[in-house]
Design a protein around this ligand. Structure first.
Ligand code: AMP
Ligand code: GLY
Length: 423
């Protein structure tokens, strides 16, 4: 089977690593990929939103399946583009069509879906420029802190949590009337603040049935102790130590099953991942958000714990045979620590030469933002490399990653030294 993975981050490197292990993978392509993915397949330099270029790749290389890493091609309708094209419609795309991708692409769509199907989530209302006064009144009726969310995709920056009422009103105005997040904030969802500890569930569905992937917890803030600016993610652990079987049963019964059933009731076809951001409020799980893809860096700890063959798994997904598929999970813990460029998530420099990678033997290196030039590996993004290790528990897995990080160097390399501190 010839497989095309779309994307260029640590998540896509983990997909490539896993597919490369399958004897059933014939040719593996990653577009555009990075210096890590080229160990596992062939990188093709295209933009993931250039659907015509993707079509050419698929036809030229006789691709049998397309795996979509990031959300934007899905929200922009890549799957629909395949279904509408006679030469592409038989090629399965793992990732939902545009309508279903609104679960991530529109916070209001996701909220309406959850309320329609009685899936526990924070109370909310949504507002536009025209209804801004009602928005101010709604803020008056809530207790601080205030949660304001741009309805559309805002590169992970569209959620504001503000403790002061007047500031929350000013930000609402910035979002609605001054397009703080462009068209993404033409509509704003205001929701009740939920207090609790977060974790994520990962579901792969064929539209009828689903398999559960291992759960994980990521660390989004740049600073130790979960302080400072939000990032794409600085590290992750799987499994989540506090997620005992009673809690996981609640998550499955109250959230995962109603989500899959809700899609069916609403007649929304869905093939792909659902990544559910959860928060435990007094030990009761509630949904913070849906994503229509895997998480990054969560993938870098979730996939190493899957023993099943990926070609078999995704073939079963595409053929709607997941009900017959028993996923095999590695009982060990996996942890990852993300090495980032100094200055990230604000301004940072790229093209720093990375040394010592070849000395790392006891961790898996998932490249996130790297390029190769001649014999050198250079940084090319804020998040540069995820260092993943296994262990009998998350602490030992982390120790292994931290030990191996000492072997890697690049100018102004930064990472969090406290992943898992709250567990
Ligand atoms: P999102 O972009 O929806 O993942 O939101 C970013 C982060 O904001 C989440 O990971 C939570 O930490 C936080 N958050 C979002 N919604 C709420 C809420 N209703 N209550 C408390 N925290 C929230
Ligand atoms: N790590 C969070 C995300 O992928 O959205």
């Amino acid at each position: 089977m010839n497989i095309l993975i779309l994307g260029s981050g640590g998540r896509e490197c983990a997909f490539a690593w896993k597919f490369a292990q399958s004897p059933k993978t014939e040719k593996l392509f990653i577009a555009p990929g990075n210096a890590g993915t080229e160990k596992y397949g062939i990188n093709l330099p295209i933009n993931v939103n250039d659907f015509d270029a993707i079509k050419d790749i698929v036809l030229d290389n006789r691709i049998n399946m397309v795996i979509v890493g990031p959300e934007d091609p899905l929200v922009n309708g890549l799957h629909d583009y395949f279904l509408a094209d006679d030469s592409l419609k038989e090629v399965p795309v793992i990732g939902p069509q545009k309508f279903a991708a609104q679960l991530e692409g529109s916070k209001e769509f996701a909220k309406e879906f959850m309320f329609r199907h009685n899936i526990p989530t924070a109370k909310y209302q949504s507002f536009t420029k025209e209804s801004i006064d009602q928005g101010f009144n709604f803020l008056d009726s809530l207790k601080p802190p205030y949660v304001l969310k741009a309805d559309g995709l805002a590169a992970g920056k569209g959620v504001l949590i503000i403790s002061d009422l007047e500031e929350a009103k000013r930000e609402l105005e910035e979002m609605l009337t001054h397009e703080k997040f462009g068209t993404a904030s033409a509509k704003v969802v205001i929701e009740e603040f939920l207090d609790g500890i977060e974790m994520s569930s990962f579901v792969l569905t064929d539209g009828n049935d689903y398999v559960l992937f291992p759960n994980a917890k990521d660390y989004k803030r740049i600073g130790e102790g979960d302080k400072g600016l939000n990032t794409g993610g600085m590290g992750a652990v799987s499994p989540v130590p506090f997620a005992n079987s009673a809690l996981l049963k609640k998550v499955e019964d109250r959230i995962i099953k109603p989500t899959i059933e809700g899609l069916k009731k609403d007649k929304i076809p869905y093939v792909g991942f659902i990544f559910i951001g959860l928060i435990m409020v007094k030990n009761e799980p509630m949904v913070i958000e849906y994503n229509v893809r895997m998480g990054d860096p969560e993938t870098e700890v979730v996939f190493p714990r899957i023993k099943s063959d990926f070609v078999d798994l995704f073939k079963a997904t595409a053929n709607k045979k997941l009900s017959e598929f028993a996923i095999e999970i590695d009982e060990r813990s996996a942890c990852t620590v993300m090495l980032v460029s100094g200055g990230y998530p604000e301004n940072y420099e790229k093209r720093k030469e990375i040394s010592g990678l070849e000395n790392v033997k006891e961790s898996i290196l998932f490249h996130a933002g790297t390029i190769r030039e001649n014999d050198k590996v250079l940084s090319s993004g804020g998040r540069v490399i995820a260092v993943t290790s296994y262990g009998p528990n998350f602490k030992e897995a982390l120790e292994q990653s931290y030990k191996n990080i000492e072997l890697i160097k690049f100018d102004r390399m930064n990472f969090r030294k406290d992943i898992g501190f709250d567990l």
